[in-house]
Design a protein around this ligand. Structure first.
Ligand SMILES: [Fe+2]
Length: 236
């Protein structure tokens, strides 16, 4: 782990967007990843209340240098959610001009949902690395919940979006979902990460807000099946 890492987990409806019932009900996590010395920072999945999140960065004396979208859903990047207009990357882009890092295969979905185009969206390939100060953030492409879902691997942490929760995983019955790809993402694309890795999910769906990957591997039913056939029979 890097001693230069700045990292915060912010819960929607509690730590920001406190006046939004939707934000409270959806229980999304937004993350801040930065460098404690250079004070540069990335925002991950900044939905609901751009002003609150930018004010948070200002209070922490951090400069926003980029945004990362784990996937296109409105509760992560803004857009229409159950008929409600959720502010997100479009509104932040009107205030600050920073790159928005998205997997190439997710770009069209993000643009469709938010109206934000390339640029400021930067379309990434699997394994691309974003630098925030001295912190390297690797974009791990994990399709399944959506076509271009990505997890962020950095300094012993994994921010997993809606790919992997402490219990369960993201839904695979939505537009862009693919149950078989989800199986491969869970079993193979995240397999290189050590049990000590700290897993930070996209939603507060468990009693604990984070856990080690070792704990999750031991307790999460979606990681138990031994093969794709078994997985698809139970979760597909
Ligand atoms: Fe999602």
């Amino acid at each position: 782990m890097s001693e230069r890492l700045y990292f915060r987990q912010l819960l929607s409806g509690r730590d920001f967007a406190t006046d939004s019932l939707l934000a409270r009900q959806m229980a999304n996590f937004t993350y801040v990843i930065g460098d404690v010395e250079t004070r540069e920072a990335l925002l991950v999945d900044p939905a609901y209340a751009p002003d609150d999140l930018l004010a948070f960065l200002e209070r922490e004396s951090l400069t926003l240098t980029g945004i990362v979208a784990t996937h296109y859903h409105a509760d992560h990047v803004g857009g229409d959610l159950l008929g409600i207009a959720v502010p997100g990357i479009a509104e932040i882009s009107d205030i600050v001009d920073v790159p928005i890092h998205v997997q190439a295969s997710e770009t069209i979905w993000v643009t469709q949902g938010t109206g934000v185009r390339v640029p400021p969206i930067v379309a990434h390939q699997p394994g691309d690395v974003i630098h925030v100060g001295s912190i390297d953030v690797t974009l791990v492409h994990t399709p399944g919940h959506t076509e271009g879902s990505q997890c962020l691997s950095f300094a012993g942490h994994l921010v997993s979006g809606d790919t992997l929760f402490l219990n369960g995983c993201g839904r695979t019955d939505l537009p862009g979902s693919d149950p078989h790809e989800m199986y491969v993402s869970l079993q193979e694309r995240l397999a290189h990460l050590s049990d000590e890795t700290l897993l930070y999910p996209g939603h507060f769906y468990s009693p604990d807000p984070f856990a080690t990957l070792g704990e999750v591997r031991a307790n999460n039913a979606v990681l138990a099946p031994r093969g794709a056939e078994e997985w698809l029979a139970v979760f597909g």
